[in-house]
Write a protein that binds this ligand. Sequence first.
Ligand SMILES: Cc1cc2nc3c(=O)[nH]c(=O)nc-3n(C[C@H](O)[C@H](O)[C@H](O)COP(=O)(O)OP(=O)(O)OC[C@H]3O[C@@H](n4cnc5c(N)ncnc54)[C@H](O)[C@@H]3O)c2cc1C
Length: 290
Amino acid sequence: MIPPQFGYFAPSTVDEAVELLERYDGEAKVLAGGMSLIPILKLRLAEPVALVDISRLQDLSYIREEDGWLRIGATTIVNDLHDSDLVREKYPIFHDATSVIADPLVDNMGTVGGNVAHGDPANDLPACMLVLGAQLVAQGPKGSRTIPVREFFVDTFETALEDSEILTEVQVPAPRPRQGNAYMKIEKRAGDFSIAAVAANLVLNRNGTVEDAGIALTSVGPTSLYAEAASNHLAGASPDEATIGRAAELAEEIAEPVSDLRGPAEYKRAMVGVLTRRTLGKALARVGGG
Ligand SMILES: Cc1cc2nc3c(=O)[nH]c(=O)nc-3n(C[C@H](O)[C@H](O)[C@H](O)COP(=O)(O)OP(=O)(O)OC[C@H]3O[C@@H](n4cnc5c(N)ncnc54)[C@H](O)[C@@H]3O)c2cc1C
């Protein structure tokens, strides 16, 4: 299918990109890897007057640790996140997730910023960001602001970003001692969006009880869902089978799956429980580098 006509801009700075978005006053869209946006244009689900292509802004492509944060530039491609030794060693949840996102072709184009900014509840990186307590940096006409990720996902394909704001960086807190995390997904076929997926992060106290926990769900609600009650249930407890089992039940309770080609709603809800147990188990095994 052929997309509608649009103007095309390839700004060379973020400021220039923001100016263009402001000039078009909600009628322009940011183009990053185009892996989600181009199909939408071809299906004519959106008809922006102009596209502002930020994919060539090399200044926004980086992965580095600084001041207690992992900083990921918005135009970093998914494949670079997957191939990063730093990420594999210290942030294994991203290595898990990027191992199951799409295929090499898509991952060589799709960006980390696009995966988050798209607001698709089936995208895999948002749940990882939710459990790690990431924050997102947005630059707009009035300057730059930081948005906690748990306030970012408003509704399906709707985020806290304003029309003339660009997501420039994802900031993830550096790992604490005795922290482990993991991401697991069930898909119909390799490279597909998930039937359901779960992200989990655990930080243990010296005595083995849980200091802090996060659980988040993909593909079972209007947005990626942070499972607050399930996460809180773990905090302060011993991460034994009974506690993990109850957390899995609480995670199932907040899932809002719908029946579709990927399976019936009840199957998806049950998979949230199964994946929560398995992902917490994997996160626990990784505490202390296990
Ligand atoms: C066949 C296929 C399979 C896929 N499977 C998966 C999968 O299993 N898991 C998964 O997570 N994803 C999957 N994806 C989605 C893919 O990872 C997307 O490309 C990615 O989610 C969007 O990144 P992008 O850079 O291509 O963004 P684009 O398509 O360019 O943009 C997507 C949206 O985000 C906005 N946007 C992008 N970057 C910014 C920014 N920096 N600031 C503000 N707004 C921005 C755009 O305006 C647009 O609305 C799949 C895609 C395809 C085509």
